[in-house]
Design a protein around this ligand. Sequence first.
Ligand code: ATP
Ligand code: MG
Ligand code: MG
Length: 353
Amino acid sequence: GGTIGILGGGQLGRMLAISAAQMGYHVIAFAPEDDAVIAQVCDEYVSAAWHDAAALKAFADRCDVVTLEFENVPAAPLDAIADKLAPHPRALAIAQDRLAEKRFVTDLGGTPAPFHSVDSREDLLAGIAALGTPAILKTRRDGYDGKGQWRIGSLEEAEALDLPDAPCILEGFVQFECEFSVILARRADGLIAFWESSENGHEDGILARSTLPGRAIIGEQVAEARKLARAVADKLDYVGVLTLEFFASESGPIFNEMAPRTHNSGHWTIEGAATSQFENQVRAICNLPLGDTRRVAPRVVMENVIGPAAATAHEALRDPGAHLHLYGKIEAPEGRKMGHITRLAWPEGDSNS
Ligand code: ATP
Ligand code: MG
Ligand code: MG
């Protein structure tokens, strides 16, 4: 038993709450929205502003442990509840800032895309001179699903670009064969479990699908990527689930970004692995033994259900190997993650008939 607090109200928290409830925990969530999708499945939902330090403290006082499903929580108020938080706010401070996270992984021996800090037009032009084109300008903070990013094809485009009013980072464009992620769960005693790395396909900057097994190049590069992920987790004394995204390139795995939480590319683990990323997040933060992470079907594909596609998503269930997850979001604008479908496949095909 015990009470688990979740910061953030989105689908990652919702799936975490479902796992925690299954294991008998009382689950309370905290987020600023009035209509958070986590509220539909947890025991109690507190809606308050992130910077409401008193509300946050009162929330944490009621919990045995607090974790998060959303990393862009302002880090400063979290220091007051750091003793309850898994992962510790030091992990957030780094993962919230693309510049800080690239420097951090570089120090640990990782290789990010070549980058240049950009706070002005002058910086941008110097960055283009150093990195060439094409390049990608990203806000250092708050980006997700490709938001807050601008592809720059030429010096002229860099000169004409409307610069965002926020600190940015310019990244050289990585020529990659495919993308993959390393997702791990780590307990306070340092024990780590990795899931198999899926091949991640993006469309319009949004994850479209994760496929297992992925291409051969992932198998060739995953050991090096895991070594970096382990170094990151150990350095941060990380407790919980941690994700690192990589580009598989000719010159080895290139670090893209990290997330101090479960990840969309790990949704396949709910039905496709012996223990899901959400269940192992609960186990890790509650100091329970970690579950076996192995894949349980020869082929697993997770497809995101994005925007209006949600209206017909149930049609996927004609495939008996398919599992549908919808997150309870009412509005379905273009580009919004509404749910996902995980398909497990065996070579002998349909065993129901
Ligand atoms: P997420 O929803 O994963 O948090 P995000 O908004 O933080 O996304 P990134 O992961 O930085 O965005 O970029 C989104 C996608 O854009 C990447 O998965 C990749 O397909 C492409 N991309 C980003 N940076 C680069 C780069 N330097 N070179 C080539 N492609 C890139
Ligand atoms: Mg990101
Ligand atoms: Mg990303």
